[in-house]
Design a binder for this molecule. Structure first.
Ligand SMILES: C[S@@+](CC[C@H](N)C(=O)[O-])C[C@H]1O[C@@H](n2cnc3c(N)ncnc32)[C@H](O)[C@@H]1O
Length: 245
């Protein structure tokens, strides 16, 4: 939740009326005091699920923001960990909050658009947290193709994904309302601020990952419990790039 050190309502409104990139530049100094930074229990659950699949050499945090995923990757990777984001403000906050280290993997920050990642076969593990709402469904193929290209043969792309909210949940209606408001905002105002809660469904995401060349597995994140029908509330998508033939 927001704390007294977080952004004011006015600051949030100005951010939402900017482009996605500039909005994050504005929010960056206070981002870690908002609920938008991925909470520690999601990071810890992801690390726990990935640890038996490692150790990894080089790690990549896609849409790293202030570095939540980079910090998660550090104990899992031996060579180096790279955070990539298109907001210069977020990268500056990340570099200030996650200083370089004398020992362990090197940390580096790269400014780039995740829809055109500038890497080729450089990483063994890529993760992403809390950012997929910033991509329209039509942009997913470019995003996933870029991650696939960035990974070495046999590399993994992993991220948590939540089960859809049931109609009976107040969250279902809150997200529907938020997405509707953003659609109206983006019809009426340029530049767009792209942020939607309901545009990243597991079925479509799985298909797009497979089309990009990934072999997809789902690991239940049991710490978040199960729904009444027995399915996990949260899963870790683990998409593997094929080994070289
Ligand atoms: C909600 S923040 C999440 C940050 C961090 N991953 C976390 O979990 O705390 C979303 C981040 O995605 C970045 N982002 C959004 N669209 C992007 C794009 N097309 N290319 C690179 N970064 C992008 C924003 O700049 C922002 O830092």
């Amino acid at each position: 939740m927001f704390t007294s050190q977080g952004p004011t309502l006015r600051e949030l409104a100005v951010q939402a009326l900017s482009s996605t990139e500039h909005g994050y530049d504005l929010l960056a100094p206070k981002f870690d005091h908002t609920p938008f930074r991925t909470p520690g229990r999601f990071l810890a659950a992801t690390a726990e699920a990935l640890r038996p699949l490692g150790p990894f050499g080089a790690g990549l945090d896609v849409c790293c923001g202030t570095g939540a995923g980079v910090e998660t990757l550090l104990p899992l990777c031996r060579e180096r960990v790279t955070g990539v984001d298109f907001s210069a403000g977020m990268l500056a906050a990340a570099a200030a909050g996650v200083p370089g280290r004398q020992e362990g993997p090197a940390v580096e920050w790269v400014r780039a658009d995740a829809r055109a990642l500038p890497f080729a076969e450089g990483f063994d593990l890529a993760v992403s947290f809390g950012a997929f709402g910033h991509f329209l469904p039509a942009e997913r193929p470019a995003l996933f193709a870029g991650v696939h290209r960035s990974l070495r043969p046999g590399g993994l792309f992993a991220f948590p994904i939540g089960a859809p909210q049931p109609l009976s949940s107040p969250w279902y209606w809150a997200m529907l309302g938020f997405d509707g408001t953003m659609r109206v905002r983006n019809l009426l105002r340029r530049p767009r601020f792209v942020m939607y809660y309901r545009t990243f469904p597991l079925g479509g995401v799985r298909d797009d990952l497979a089309d990009a060349g990934f072999d997809v597995r789902l690991l239940p994140l049991e710490e978040f419990g199960r729904r009444p029908d027995g399915s996990p509330r949260w899963r870790l998508v683990v998409a593997r790039k094929a080994e070289r033939a």
